[in-house]
Design a protein around this ligand. Structure first.
Ligand code: NI
Ligand code: MN
Length: 225
């Protein structure tokens, strides 16, 4: 399996014929070196919540690639109304797909969808636990530290993707506590330095995490696992 970082909270997970894109904030992110036109063969898109830096380019990419979007019920309704193919789930729900298993996890955050000057109800924000080819990946979405993260220890997470930027989400010290709760083998920091208010030093995070290996990914870096 290959995991590619597109910056902010956007990742691509590839395994066999599956190519899943998480929180595609690409064209709006000036730091991202690619545009949505550079993406090929996206089969699925996962959206953690309705904010623009996560829902991002979902509508455009989903339509162009005929990709299935997996997200919460409310965002699913919004996307279906915009002509996108959707599989809706909700927090705590687990579902087996042909590529693997997906579970929606809770996140402490908001989820309003700001679209063409109107705000739509994006339901409750979420994170995702994936089990693909026997590898367990947790994408936290945007969230504060929560005691629910202790439940993730039982999911035997191989790779945890955690926000560290503060202001809207966990900061470094809270993300370090989250790692203690989750006990993943590897942890990748995300959602930092893309905006002024979420400045954080990933090396500081790395130095504070014990018992899990921190992998600092630069834009377009790939890891094979
Ligand atoms: Ni957000
Ligand atoms: Mn965000």
């Amino acid at each position: 399996m290959k995991i590619t970082y597109l910056g902010h909270s956007a990742f691509i997970i590839q395994a066999n014929g599956f190519k899943g894109l998480i929180d595609p904030f690409i064209n709006g992110n000036d730091l991202c070196p690619i545009s949505t036109n550079d993406l090929t063969g996206i089969t699925h898109i996962f959206v953690t919540h309705g904010h623009g830096d996560h829902l991002g380019d979902t509508v455009e990419i989903a339509k162009k690639h005929n990709a299935l979007v997996i997200t919460n019920y409310e965002i699913g309704q919004f996307l279906a109304n915009n002509g996108v193919k959707v599989h809706s789930m909700h927090i705590g729900g687990r579902m087996k797909f042909d590529f693997g298993t997906v579970k929606l996890t809770s996140a402490l955050h908001g989820s309003g969808i700001d679209y063409n000057g109107q705000v739509f109800n994006g339901g409750n924000p979420c994170g995702f636990c994936f089990k693909i080819n026997g590898i367990n990946i947790y994408h936290a979405g945007d969230t504060g530290l929560s005691i629910e993260m202790k439940l993730l220890k039982d999911e035997k997470i191989d790779v945890a993707l955690l926000p560290i930027g503060g202001n809207y989400t966990m900061d470094i010290d809270d993300a370090v506590k989250a790692v203690k709760f989750i006990e993943p083998k590897f942890v990748v920091p995300m959602h930092y330095n893309s905006f002024d208010v979420i400045k954080a030093d990933p090396e500081e995070f790395k130095s504070k995490v014990k018992n899990s290996k921190v992998i600092i990914m630069k834009y377009m870096d790939e890891i094979e696992i």
